[in-house]
Write a protein of this length. Structure first.
Length: 219
């Protein structure tokens, strides 16, 4: 199954470091981030899991739940968490999914249906495509999909920035320009006519081109 933006995030049941979950029920009315790893005790992923633990209070403020996945059993995740805290200074307090049978990796189109084998004998290279970030909205739809190579650490500050943009644009009829950050100007959505825009923004807007209407970020 090929996943695209706007698709419903596949539901599943799984064992995690915080017990069994039913994914959609676990998400509830929150936003969610599911980020995956090819194997436990891999160096780049160790830094990523630690940084996500550091950022978790920021995601909590935004009503975003974090959950990790690695193609190894849950008991190995718990041991790995100790290394993460020792080397990165932050212990993951979000759940980590065990996916030794690769069922969720295949459900989310990160591995082909033919992938199989003893997880202890599968290398990180065997699972190298299990390097995705999925952002899921409260409607359970996929809002963002990022795929990284094993040798490049993910930029979770960027994921936080994108969530700020998506949460704002879900409430207001605006879009965010290149490299936008909190507090900067935004663009009136193309779906809003000038007539309607005048009602929303009676103070007017800057328009270097008719289709590029710039206003301060809505509060």
């Amino acid at each position: 199954m090929t996943l695209r933006l706007g698709d419903t995030a596949p539901d599943f049941q799984a064992q995690t470091t915080q017990g069994p979950i039913h994914f959609h029920q676990w998400l509830g009315d929150s936003w969610g981030i599911l980020f995956s790893h090819p194997k436990d005790f891999t160096p780049v992923c160790t830094t990523e899991l630690g940084y996500m633990a550091k950022l978790q209070p920021e995601f909590d403020k935004r009503n975003v739940k974090i959950i990790g996945l690695s193609a190894d059993p849950v008991d190995k995740h718990s041991l790995w968490a100790k290394d993460i805290e020792e080397t990165q200074g932050f212990m993951p307090h979000y759940p980590m999914i065990g996916d030794p049978d690769l069922a969720i990796s295949q459900l989310y189109d990160m591995l082909p249906a033919s992938a199989s084998g003893d997880p202890s004998k599968r290398t990180a290279a065997d699972n190298m495509t299990v390097r995705n970030v999925f952002v899921i909205g409260p409607d359970k739809k996929l809002k963002l999909i990022l795929v990284y190579p094993m040798t490049t650490g993910r930029n979770f500050d960027e994921v936080l920035r994108v969530i700020d943009s998506m949460q704002m644009t879900a409430k207001h009829k605006v879009a965010t320009p290149v490299n936008w950050k909190q507090g900067q100007d935004v663009i009136i959505a193309g779906s809003v006519s000038d007539e309607d825009a005048k009602k929303i923004y009676p103070q007017g807007w800057k328009a270097p081109k008719p289709y590029l209407r710039i206003v301060p970020q809505p509060k």
